[in-house]
Unconditional design. Structure first.
Length: 194
């Protein structure tokens, strides 16, 4: 049974995204051209233009596809009671979502100046601010506000910091999550070992 034209289009779109992100990470966003992307894919530039008109269009589509779990997490979190357990679950789910978006975050980390100038940079910042708002109480002490925002950023930064450390990726994710959960628990006036 063959694939439908829509599936082939989707597969080509996905291949373009994968190759573009690979090149963006390897040599940087600015130094990667649409021509190089089409050459690595072994397709014509016209075929590439059928799906994406610019490099930024490719990057935005990658961000939107990989960011979907974070959007779903935000929607879920806004419907939940603001309990410590909900906040821990937000951190757990965010930690899992980061595994899927690791290549995008690596790209964004290594191309910060460029990302800041692109529309995905602002969107990413908005998502992080919204996630912090879900786990941080507005009337919390300044120290507890720092603990909450650090819990979220530790989840992200810890995954990036441990990428070159030897070990099982899942074990590293769990270690980072453990630290984040300790911070959020402490921010709620509880001893993390309770």
């Amino acid at each position: 049974m063959g694939s439908t034209p829509q599936q082939r289009r989707g597969n080509t779109r996905q291949r373009i995204q994968d190759v573009a992100l690979e090149l963006f990470v390897e040599q940087g966003y600015e130094k990667t051209s649409l021509r190089e992307i089409s050459e690595r894919l072994d397709v014509t530039k016209a075929a590439l233009y059928y799906h994406f008109k610019t490099k930024e269009d490719i990057l935005v589509s990658i961000f939107e596809d990989l960011n979907r779990p974070v959007e779903e997490l935000l929607a879920w979190g806004q419907e939940q009671p603001r309990t410590l357990e909900t906040k821990k679950e937000i951190l757990r789910r965010y930690s899992e979502a980061l595994v899927a978006v690791a290549p995008l975050f690596r790209f964004m980390q290594e191309n910060q100046a460029t990302v800041r100038d692109l529309r995905v940079g602002g969107t990413m910042k908005e998502r992080l601010v919204a996630l912090v708002a879900l786990i941080q109480e507005p009337d919390a002490s300044l120290s507890d506000q720092v603990r909450c925002s650090t819990a979220l950023f530790a989840t992200h930064a810890g995954m990036f910091a441990l990428k070159d450390v030897e070990g099982d990726p899942e074990e590293k994710r769990k270690a980072v999550l453990e630290v984040s959960l300790e911070l959020i628990t402490r921010a709620h006036g509880r001893d993390p070992v309770e």
